[in-house]
Design a protein around this ligand. Structure first.
Ligand code: G3P
Ligand code: MG
Length: 248
């Protein structure tokens, strides 16, 4: 049983706004989205920021990296100009500010723990601890709690140990043969996987084993219908203009 929304805006607002920014959340809201996936990484001083790449150069200008830069410096960087002049000066959000915006606007969250290389345990533990603090009033209400996910087994294990009562999903590009044992040892409630590699048989096995099943990143409505027919519970999309929140 999947207690969450079925269509999520990927990286904030998909490809309609700079990824992982508050402007992205606003774009999602403008298209009726109240469900989002985004990426969290730790700064040099151990504070969660909403960023996908550890290295600068794509979504923020210059050279450098998230794990060697303080949160205050990251927050002052321009994460919008790469996308277009209308977004110049859009900051790198602090995790706590991003979550506060989502809570104020009633946006449900799939928080992807995205550790910079070598920081898996610290990142998983920090995100779980901070999320637990921010959602203290909602513990016990499954539909309101965010879902933590990660490609990093170590990060999810650390999240499990830091906040066992927060739901976790194991992210897998391709589903390996031993997926179920790994997911069970993490106490995961769902498998998140690349829609490109999913087959109907694997989808059925995951559902039959009692896990939620989520796909990234689905931008074609025809493909979305096929995935739902296989038993997929939910997916994230870049095309929030093409696949609306009521698509399912
Ligand atoms: O969480 C699903 C998806 O976001 C994983 O890929 O690279 O966009 O973070 P990526
Ligand atoms: Mg992601």
């Amino acid at each position: 049983m999947w207690p969450y929304p079925r269509i999520l805006a990927h990286r904030g607002g998909g490809t309609l706004a700079p990824e992982n920014t508050i402007a992205g959340l606003r774009a999602g809201l403008a298209h009726g989205f109240h469900a989002v996936e985004f990426d969290v990484m730790l700064s040099q001083d151990g504070i969660g920021v909403v960023m996908h790449d550890p290295d600068f150069g794509r979504t923020v200008p210059g050279r450098g990296s998230v794990p060697t830069t303080s949160a205050a410096e990251l927050r002052a960087m321009d994460a919008g100009s790469w996308f277009g002049p209308a977004f110049a000066g859009e900051p790198v959000p602090l995790f706590s500010d991003f979550v506060a915006f989502c809570r104020a606007e009633k946006i449900w969250m799939n928080i992807e723990i995205k550790p910079a290389p070598g920081f898996d345990t610290e990142t998983g533990a920090w995100v779980a601890r901070r999320t637990r603090e921010l959602f203290a009033a909602d513990m016990g209400d499954a539909a309101k709690l965010p879902l933590l996910s990660s490609f990093s087994f170590e990060a999810l294990a650390a999240a499990r140990d830091a906040a066992p009562d927060l739901p976790r999903a194991y992210l897998l590009d391709k589903i390996p043969p031993d997926w179920e044992g790994q997911a069970r040892s993490l106490g995961a409630v769902a498998i998140h996987t690349n829609q490109k590699h999913l087959t109907p048989g694997t989808a059925q096995a995951i559902k039959a084993a009692g896990f939620g099943l989520f796909c990234y990143t689905v931008n074609d409505p025809e493909r979305a219908r096929t995935l739902f027919s296989w038993g997929v519970d939910a997916f994230c999309t870049d095309r929030i203009d093409l696949i609306g929140p009521a698509f399912a």
